[in-house]
Design a protein around this ligand. Structure first.
Ligand code: NI
Length: 173
Protein backbone atom coordinates (compact mmCIF):
# COMPACT_ATOMS: atom_id res chain seq x y z
CA UNK A 1 0.00 0.00 0.00
CA UNK A 2 1.49 3.37 -0.95
CA UNK A 3 2.29 5.64 1.95
CA UNK A 4 0.87 9.11 1.83
CA UNK A 5 3.18 12.09 2.16
CA UNK A 6 2.84 13.88 5.49
CA UNK A 7 3.04 17.65 5.10
CA UNK A 8 5.09 19.62 7.59
CA UNK A 9 4.53 23.01 9.19
CA UNK A 10 4.19 25.66 7.72
CA UNK A 11 2.39 24.04 4.75
CA UNK A 12 -0.71 26.20 4.13
CA UNK A 13 -3.10 23.22 4.08
CA UNK A 14 -2.51 22.92 7.85
CA UNK A 15 -4.17 26.30 8.37
CA UNK A 16 -7.26 25.74 6.22
CA UNK A 17 -10.59 24.79 7.73
CA UNK A 18 -11.42 21.37 6.29
CA UNK A 19 -14.57 20.80 4.24
CA UNK A 20 -17.09 18.35 5.72
CA UNK A 21 -16.78 14.90 4.14
CA UNK A 22 -19.62 14.61 1.60
CA UNK A 23 -22.13 11.74 1.86
CA UNK A 24 -21.05 10.34 -1.52
CA UNK A 25 -17.42 10.00 -0.33
CA UNK A 26 -18.43 7.03 1.86
CA UNK A 27 -19.08 4.99 -1.29
CA UNK A 28 -16.20 6.55 -3.22
CA UNK A 29 -12.74 5.90 -1.90
CA UNK A 30 -12.98 7.17 1.66
CA UNK A 31 -12.20 3.73 3.10
CA UNK A 32 -9.11 3.41 0.91
CA UNK A 33 -7.84 6.82 1.99
CA UNK A 34 -8.53 5.97 5.64
CA UNK A 35 -6.61 2.66 5.31
CA UNK A 36 -3.68 4.49 3.73
CA UNK A 37 -3.75 7.07 6.51
CA UNK A 38 -3.59 4.32 9.17
CA UNK A 39 -0.66 2.74 7.34
CA UNK A 40 1.09 6.11 7.03
CA UNK A 41 0.48 6.89 10.72
CA UNK A 42 1.85 3.51 11.91
CA UNK A 43 4.95 3.82 9.71
CA UNK A 44 5.57 7.30 11.12
CA UNK A 45 5.09 6.09 14.69
CA UNK A 46 2.15 8.38 15.47
CA UNK A 47 -1.11 7.79 17.37
CA UNK A 48 -3.23 10.16 15.28
CA UNK A 49 -3.25 11.58 11.75
CA UNK A 50 -5.72 14.05 10.25
CA UNK A 51 -6.60 14.43 6.57
CA UNK A 52 -5.09 17.94 6.22
CA UNK A 53 -1.75 16.43 7.29
CA UNK A 54 -1.73 14.37 4.10
CA UNK A 55 -2.83 17.35 2.01
CA UNK A 56 -6.59 16.62 2.05
CA UNK A 57 -8.49 19.62 3.36
CA UNK A 58 -11.41 17.64 4.78
CA UNK A 59 -12.76 16.87 8.23
CA UNK A 60 -11.62 13.39 9.19
CA UNK A 61 -8.83 11.69 11.05
CA UNK A 62 -7.55 8.31 12.14
CA UNK A 63 -6.32 7.41 15.60
CA UNK A 64 -4.91 4.41 17.47
CA UNK A 65 -4.25 5.04 21.13
CA UNK A 66 -3.57 1.58 22.64
CA UNK A 67 -5.51 0.66 25.79
CA UNK A 68 -3.86 -0.13 29.14
CA UNK A 69 -3.02 -3.68 28.03
CA UNK A 70 -1.33 -2.30 24.91
CA UNK A 71 -4.16 -3.51 22.67
CA UNK A 72 -4.58 -1.59 19.43
CA UNK A 73 -7.64 0.65 19.29
CA UNK A 74 -8.08 1.76 15.69
CA UNK A 75 -10.79 4.36 15.11
CA UNK A 76 -11.55 6.60 12.15
CA UNK A 77 -13.52 9.76 12.93
CA UNK A 78 -15.36 11.26 9.95
CA UNK A 79 -16.89 14.72 10.42
CA UNK A 80 -16.04 14.75 14.15
CA UNK A 81 -17.94 17.03 16.49
CA UNK A 82 -16.90 17.67 20.08
CA UNK A 83 -20.06 17.36 22.18
CA UNK A 84 -18.72 18.03 25.69
CA UNK A 85 -15.43 18.38 27.48
CA UNK A 86 -14.50 18.14 31.13
CA UNK A 87 -11.45 18.54 33.36
CA UNK A 88 -7.92 19.40 32.42
CA UNK A 89 -4.62 17.70 31.64
CA UNK A 90 -1.18 19.18 31.07
CA UNK A 91 1.35 17.11 29.20
CA UNK A 92 3.78 16.85 26.35
CA UNK A 93 2.40 16.62 22.88
CA UNK A 94 3.88 15.91 19.47
CA UNK A 95 2.57 16.08 15.92
CA UNK A 96 3.66 14.27 12.74
CA UNK A 97 3.62 17.63 10.93
CA UNK A 98 6.16 18.95 13.47
CA UNK A 99 8.86 16.24 13.39
CA UNK A 100 11.04 16.23 16.50
CA UNK A 101 9.05 18.86 18.36
CA UNK A 102 7.45 18.02 21.71
CA UNK A 103 5.94 20.71 23.86
CA UNK A 104 3.63 21.04 26.85
CA UNK A 105 0.01 21.64 25.93
CA UNK A 106 -2.98 22.04 28.24
CA UNK A 107 -6.04 20.08 27.09
CA UNK A 108 -9.40 18.95 28.42
CA UNK A 109 -9.12 15.64 30.33
CA UNK A 110 -12.29 14.07 28.98
CA UNK A 111 -14.17 14.46 25.76
CA UNK A 112 -17.40 13.17 24.28
CA UNK A 113 -17.14 13.20 20.51
CA UNK A 114 -19.68 12.31 17.83
CA UNK A 115 -18.55 11.24 14.37
CA UNK A 116 -19.26 8.84 11.54
CA UNK A 117 -17.28 5.69 10.84
CA UNK A 118 -16.09 4.70 7.34
CA UNK A 119 -19.47 3.09 6.59
CA UNK A 120 -21.26 6.36 7.38
CA UNK A 121 -22.73 5.09 10.67
CA UNK A 122 -22.82 7.68 13.44
CA UNK A 123 -21.19 6.87 16.79
CA UNK A 124 -20.25 8.61 20.01
CA UNK A 125 -17.07 8.01 21.98
CA UNK A 126 -16.40 9.00 25.60
CA UNK A 127 -12.63 9.24 26.02
CA UNK A 128 -10.13 10.52 28.53
CA UNK A 129 -6.40 10.96 29.03
CA UNK A 130 -4.24 10.45 25.96
CA UNK A 131 -7.19 9.42 23.76
CA UNK A 132 -9.02 12.65 24.66
CA UNK A 133 -5.85 14.64 24.01
CA UNK A 134 -5.51 12.98 20.62
CA UNK A 135 -9.15 13.58 19.61
CA UNK A 136 -8.83 17.27 20.51
CA UNK A 137 -5.50 17.60 18.67
CA UNK A 138 -6.83 15.90 15.50
CA UNK A 139 -10.17 17.72 15.53
CA UNK A 140 -8.14 20.93 15.71
CA UNK A 141 -6.33 19.84 12.52
CA UNK A 142 -9.76 19.52 10.83
CA UNK A 143 -10.38 23.14 11.86
CA UNK A 144 -7.03 24.42 10.55
CA UNK A 145 -5.59 24.71 14.06
CA UNK A 146 -2.16 23.30 14.94
CA UNK A 147 -0.82 22.55 18.42
CA UNK A 148 1.40 25.65 18.33
CA UNK A 149 -1.84 27.64 18.60
CA UNK A 150 -2.68 25.80 21.85
CA UNK A 151 0.60 26.58 23.61
CA UNK A 152 1.22 29.43 25.96
CA UNK A 153 2.94 32.43 24.31
CA UNK A 154 6.25 31.48 25.91
CA UNK A 155 6.12 27.82 24.84
CA UNK A 156 5.09 28.88 21.33
CA UNK A 157 8.11 31.16 21.03
CA UNK A 158 10.41 28.40 22.26
CA UNK A 159 8.81 25.98 19.82
CA UNK A 160 9.22 28.38 16.88
CA UNK A 161 12.89 28.85 17.71
CA UNK A 162 13.40 25.10 17.87
CA UNK A 163 11.63 24.70 14.49
CA UNK A 164 13.98 27.30 12.96
CA UNK A 165 16.98 25.38 14.29
CA UNK A 166 15.65 22.09 12.92
CA UNK A 167 14.91 23.73 9.53
CA UNK A 168 18.46 25.12 9.35
CA UNK A 169 20.02 21.72 10.02
CA UNK A 170 17.79 20.10 7.41
CA UNK A 171 16.00 17.93 9.99
CA UNK A 172 12.58 19.35 9.22
CA UNK A 173 11.85 18.70 5.56
NI1 NI B 1 -0.89 16.83 14.66
Amino acid sequence: MPLLRIVHYPDPVLFKVGRPVADESFANGLRKTVDEMFETMYKAGGVGLAAPQVGISERFFVMDVPDEEGQSNKIAFINPEIITVEGEQVGDEGCLSFPGLYQTVRRDMRVIVRAKDVTGAEFEADLDGLAARCVLHETDHCDGIVFLDRMTVLKRELAKRKIKRLQKTGKWG
